[in-house]
Design a protein. Structure first.
Length: 224
């Protein structure tokens, strides 16, 4: 991503953030998630598997995984080779298998077989970073403790000039400073849909965007 100069004042950034969330929630009043998960354990596994993988491929893998290991306790006792064989289509399957088993063991030993519902406890689990924790907290528990910064959120927020950073943790810090906490989880889902449909990585549909008048990326393209 091209680095943008940080010229906006905090007030202007908050105004832009307010405009963005109003636009996105009007376009996506109830943005569905693309992962097939319902319980906290399903959300944790699905989100861990989704790293560097499409949601479609994850969804095709989940039924076989949960048929073999329906509970956290089952996964904690799972042979790693069996988990690897099931989740191989999602990529990085050895690391993901090891992390899922290890996370399940910690949940069984330390949290009475219940997925923890705080960011501090979730990020202490093997293989669970800030992005995964934020997704699980909002989708499974309805809690806003951060903003999940995936490729769509990073790309769109950078293009709009909401952040000049490329590091996910720094982007999350910039976004949480200007968006209302009540909107943090919703923002991720809206940006994912907008990134898939309009603000695409290679060929963004700027003329069909609706936010181009406020977009630093579009203005930069128009000036070249």
């Amino acid at each position: 991503m091209t680095e943008l100069k940080k010229t906006k004042t905090p007030k202007r950034l908050r105004e832009l953030a307010d405009y963005v969330i109003r636009f996105l929630t009007a376009r996506y009043p109830k943005p569905d998630t693309l992962l097939n998960a319902t319980t906290p354990w399903e959300w944790l596994v699905a989100t861990m598997l989704s790293a560097q993988c499409t949601d479609l491929r994850v969804n095709k893998t989940l039924p076989e995984f949960f048929a073999a290991f329906p509970t956290v306790k089952d996964a904690a006792a799972a042979p790693q080779k069996q988990v690897e064989d099931i989740i191989q289509p999602v990529g990085l399957y050895r690391n993901k298998a090891a992390n899922i088993i290890a996370a399940a063991q910690v949940i069984v030993e330390c949290f009475h077989e219940r997925v923890p519902d705080s960011k501090k406890d979730l990020t202490a689990l093997p293989g669970v970073g800030s992005k995964t924790a934020n997704v699980v907290l909002w989708a499974a528990f309805g809690k806003n403790e951060g903003i999940a910064v995936d490729t769509h959120v990073a790309r769109i927020s950078h293009r709009l000039g909401l952040t000049g950073n490329t590091n996910p943790d720094k982007i999350e810090r910039d976004l949480t400073a200007v968006f209302s906490q009540d909107d943090w989880g919703l923002l991720n889902h809206c940006m994912v849909w907008f990134g898939r449909e309009v603000c695409k990585a290679a060929k963004p549909l700027c003329f069909d965007c609706g936010m181009s008048s406020r977009c630093a990326f579009y203005r930069g393209r128009a000036e070249t």
